[in-house]
Design a protein around this ligand. Sequence first.
Ligand code: FEO
Length: 167
Amino acid sequence: MLTKKLQNALNEQINREFFAEYLYLSMSAYLESIEMEGFANYFNVQAQEEHFHAMKMFNFVHDKGGRVILKSLKEPKANYSSVVDVIEESLKHEKYVTKSINELMDTAISENDHSVKSFLQWYIDEQVEEEATISKLLAKLKLIKGEGLGLLTLDSQLLERTYQPGK
Ligand code: FEO
């Protein structure tokens, strides 16, 4: 069984993961609107990963005999000023998610629940990879100054990204 405190904290994180899915879909829609199909695909795949993160936690709460309570999702930001703006915002969002996962781990430690600690380790490791991927993408974009032929080349490369189940 989960303590009430831990169950509430996991439910809040499920909401954050679903919001991340929604936010990335919104970013994908904006990128489609400016004909950046590769970047739009990148965020579409990112949204599928966030859906998986939410559902993995959703199923875990049930496995632990807990109760999932879904909360409302905020309206995601719809408009951005450029591709660089989108990537900067997504990096900011991933840093926020990392902070919230770390706080969730702190709660699992203070509630002395070893199975939750073990479960959350996957998210801690995943966040390192997610922040690194987006940081590298941002660095490349800055190298090409976020425009021109460099931007078009990067956009076509990102068209190839596909969702890897279990990520
Ligand atoms: Fe589920 Fe990108 O954090």
